[in-house]
Design a binder for this molecule. Structure first.
Ligand SMILES: Cc1cc2nc3c(=O)[nH]c(=O)nc-3n(C[C@H](O)[C@H](O)[C@H](O)COP(=O)(O)OP(=O)(O)OC[C@H]3O[C@@H](n4cnc5c(N)ncnc54)[C@H](O)[C@@H]3O)c2cc1C
Length: 347
């Protein structure tokens, strides 16, 4: 069938009653939820706004990667805790943060479909989008991608032997680690928070970081880490680059690049190396990328090179990384642009 005929078939399908939307949002984290809230607060009918989330619950990244007792700081990574839109948080616990996001979905009557994965997104001749998932087909005037960066946590470039399955981790909620000898690898806020959490769980935790100081860590996390070092609860292995993991009986043998650092044995190794832009997904949508680090192009109001298609939250936060409040604010900016150029906003 020719492409033109294909498109005609699509229109017939929609005329037969498939869902026609003003806004379809992919991803129900802080960015996706606040995008829904901004849309409804701008007077868009909530029946015409839909979020598709691939996980069984919203804010899946927060559930999976935040330690249970974590303090969720409003000024994460030193970003100003200033909210411009309809959603805002102070410093909260993890459960308070999740419950705030629950309430936002409820208050704004936002439709979220869980465990639904988008397969195809295509712009039609009239500028709207055809979106197909494993569970349905949609036509939408605007489309917002809010899938964050942690769908694929960064992994080291050396191979991890399969015998170490269950002993090497990229988050700390998939398996309970208690009373064990653990190495955390990384130097950002997540690395410090993992060390703090694992120490609370009775583990003896070391931290390996490739630099000699923690320039990417906030003050609270540096101070907490230093306090643990002073109490000899954790050992910092600075200027260290892990280059190999080997199975050694029941233990993980960690090999460092530096000749002065002998191999060490741990029961578990946890990587906190951040996440990376899901390039394959975005390139599939034909979004333009540019620059040395090949990042998606975002214009005013977080619009991509494709008119009507927006990237909000961590995805558009650049190298420095995002925060919950910056995700909320990006949705507010995107909504302003959408109201100006695409949808009739009543408020
Ligand atoms: C360990 C750690 C600690 C942090 N601590 C703080 C803090 O204290 N304070 C703070 O402000 N920020 C903190 N952050 C950063 C903050 O969590 C992020 O900036 C924020 O969650 C970004 O929101 P988002 O909606 O863009 O992405 P995410 O929170 O990553 O949400 C993306 C959502 O999209 C879903 N998704 C992914 N792919 C798809 C797909 N293909 N289809 C459908 N759905 C999909 C995911 O399941 C998820 O629910 C921390 C981050 C980490 C990793």
């Amino acid at each position: 069938m020719t492409e033109a005929k294909n498109r005609n078939v699509l229109f017939v399908v929609f005329q037969r009653g498939n869902m026609s939307l003003e806004m379809l949002i992919i991803g129900a984290g802080p960015a996706g939820i606040s995008m829904g809230a901004e849309a409804v607060a701008s007077g868009i009918d909530s029946d015409k706004v839909l979020i598709l989330e691939k996980a069984p619950e919203h804010s899946y990244m927060i559930r999976k990667f935040y330690p249970e007792q974590k303090l969720v700081t409003a000024n994460y990574k030193g970003q100003a805790a200033v909210c411009n839109g309809v959603m805002c948080i102070p410093d909260y616990s993890k459960s308070e943060t999740l419950s705030y996001l629950d309430q936002a979905i409820e208050k704004h009557n936002i439709n979220v479909k869980y465990q639904e994965t988008v397969w195809k997104l295509e712009q039609l001749k009239d500028g709207s989008f055809y979106v197909s998932s494993d569970k349905g087909e949609y036509q939408t005037k605007t489309c917002i991608i809010a899938i964050g960066m942690m769908g694929k946590p960064n992994k080291p470039d050396y191979k991890i032997p399969s015998e170490l399955n269950g002993k090497v981790h990229f988050d700390i909620t998939s398996k309970k680690i208690e009373n064990a000898k653990v190495l955390v690898v990384g130097g950002g806020d997540s690395a410090s928070e993992y060390v703090q959490y694992l120490s609370q769980e009775g583990n003896a935790v070391d931290l390996s970081y490739r630099k000699d100081s923690f320039a990417r860590m906030n003050e609270i996390n540096i101070n907490s880490l230093m306090a643990l070092c002073e109490r000899e609860k954790t050992e910092l292995i600075l200027n260290s680059n892990v280059c190999e993991l080997k199975a050694n009986g029941e233990m993980v043998e960690v090999v460092f690049n530096e000749e002065n650092i002998p191999n060490r044995l741990y029961e578990h190794v946890v990587y906190a190396l951040g996440g990376s832009t899901p390039k394959n997904f975005l390139k599939l949508l034909k979004i333009e990328f540019s620059g040395e680090d090949d990042q998606p192009v975002v214009k005013e109001g977080y619009e991509t090179s494709i008119p009507g298609l927006f990237l909000v939250g961590d995805l558009s936060a650049g190298k420095r990384g995002g925060s919950i409040i910056s995700a909320f604010n990006s949705s507010h900016e995107a909504m302003k642009k959408i109201c100006t150029d695409y949808l009739t906003c009543k408020i």
